[in-house]
Design a protein around this ligand. Structure first.
Ligand SMILES: [Zn+2]
Length: 470
């Protein structure tokens, strides 16, 4: 069935912010505008009255005071952390990895992946995310592949996923083959899914032996797959890689051919001029994670310097154990706040720039700008409506500032992903969020016991150990 003969929905907004680039034929901001969708596609974007006349049979959503936006692209996250949120944020990254993530890694399995993903996906959808670029980080599970649980959860709830599995065999008692088995399982599972696609995950250069890193490069190149990797999040990583390879991690990845595959690098906080030029020369996209970088005291990524070189930058919430919220609107607001504190200039990043990073910027960083990231005819129908009846958005003098600095998840009224409504009238449509919480609780408690996290947590009722108290 072609788009013209499918039932259409006209989504009205007092403002329609399209993120369409100059020269696309679609204005960036349309006063009293509308978006018409049919099937999984956007078929028209423009003036409300004109589109209402052209599509008289279309059902109408949104309203004259609402703000309509492209679905946000969460450029970096970890569905592997859905059950360990709000714990151990008193550490910097390497301490946090040692104390929290390392003991959790061997306990992960498909059931935990499924329930943790549902918990996070509810929060992402409620903050307007329609695409989640994710790296599931854990050890492989000898009893069977884990990440098909992520694919199943996203298919159930209706959220687009760009999914990778990032593990590492350095200092571990397993080798590369179970990691490759997990990649194969995720790739096949994603190929059969409406919402998900596959990338090769590499947790970090220092967590992978040189031989396994070479296998990962070959897997990506041989299959034509994209790559998702953490790079230069903290100074310790750069120093360690300089000592082990004689190069920065970014220079080493380029030297070894990793960047010949489309690569999304998370963080890129500790990048010098040469690192930035390598990222630009190889078309590496960057995910900026302002909240997680602040919680772990990692630093502030030089977003303006990267963009000045032509690097595509998106915004990520990062994991539920390092943000710890999965509220994308918080991350979108924190990006300009950190940029302004870093430069001590209120002009360092505008609300409009943050909005564009959150939409088309993330799509470009993932090389998905032909299908998502803006409201343009022919693109996927990934659309968010913010409630203009809310007191929070009753007065809109500048729609970009209203969304980036004022709006919260409570204003997210409707969300379409791939043309299907995943949020309607302020909540997810396909799962009962209270049931999701109820099912996750005992599994999280079991994980805490299996990984021995009681000393970090008051979750089980045990008091925090004296030495761990902040
Ligand atoms: Zn991360």
């Amino acid at each position: 069935m072609d788009a013209a003969s499918q039932s259409k929905t006209l989504i009205r907004g007092g403002w329609v912010l399209t993120s369409a680039p100059a020269g696309s034929g679609v204005a960036a901001a349309i006063r009293d505008g509308a978006v018409v969708i049919a099937g999984d596609r956007i078929v028209a974007v423009g003036d409300y009255q004109a589109l209402r006349a052209q599509h008289p049979g279309a059902a109408e959503r949104g309203g004259q005071f609402d703000i309509v936006a492209p679905g946000f692209v969460n450029a970096h996250g970890h569905f592997s952390e859905g059950l360990i949120t709000g714990i151990a944020s008193q550490y910097t990254l390497w301490e946090w990895l040692h104390n929290l993530i390392t003991p959790v890694n061997p306990t992960m399995d498909r059931e935990k992946a499924y329930h943790g993903t549902l918990l996070q996906a509810v929060q992402l959808l409620r903050s307007g995310v329609t695409t989640a670029n994710d790296m599931f980080c854990s050890d492989p599970d000898p009893s069977g592949p884990i990440t098909p649980g992520v694919v199943a959860a996203l298919d159930e709830i209706g959220l687009r996923g760009v999914l990778s599995f990032g593990s590492g065999d350095a200092d571990r008692d397993f080798e590369m083959s179970p990691i490759i088995d997990e990649w194969d399982a995720l790739r096949e599972s994603a190929a059969a899914s409406r919402y998900s696609t596959f990338r090769v995950g590499i947790a970090a250069l220092g967590r992978t032996t040189p031989a396994s890193f070479a296998q990962a490069v070959e897997y990506a190149a041989g299959g034509g797959h994209g790559v998702h990797i953490h790079l230069h999040e903290v100074r310790e990583e750069v120093t360690a890689t300089m000592q082990s390879t004689g190069r920065t991690a970014i220079a080493h990845c380029a030297h070894e051919g990793l960047f010949d595959a489309p690569t999304l690098a998370a963080h890129c906080v500790w990048v010098d001029r040469s690192d930035r030029e390598i990222l630009a020369a190889h078309g590496v996209g960057v995910a900026h994670n302002p909240v997680a970088n602040a919680i772990l005291a990692s630093g502030v990524a030089p977003v303006a310097e990267l963009r000045a070189l032509g690097v595509d930058v998106g915004i990520g919430v990062d994991g539920a154990a390092s943000n710890d919220a999965q509220d994308f609107l918080q991350a979108m607001k924190t990006a300009p706040l950190l940029a302004r504190i870093r430069d001590l200039q209120a002009t360092a990043m505008s609300a409009r720039e943050a909005f564009e990073l959150a939409t088309i910027g993330g799509a470009r960083a993932l090389r998905m700008q032909d299908s998502i990231g803006s409201l343009e005819p022919g693109k996927k129908a990934d659309v968010v409506v913010f409630d203009g009846e809310s007191p929070t958005l009753a007065v809109v003098h500048d729609p970009y500032q209203a969304l980036v600095f004022v709006a919260g998840p409570r204003e997210v009224k409707d969300v379409w992903v791939d043309g299907k409504q995943s949020v309607a009238d302020f909540d997810v449509t396909r799962v009962d969020p209270r049931e999701v919480s109820a099912r996750a609780r005992p599994i999280a408690a079991r994980l805490v016991a299996e990984a021995g996290l009681e000393r970090l947590s008051a979750f089980t009722g045990a008091p925090l150990a004296a030495t761990e108290q902040p």
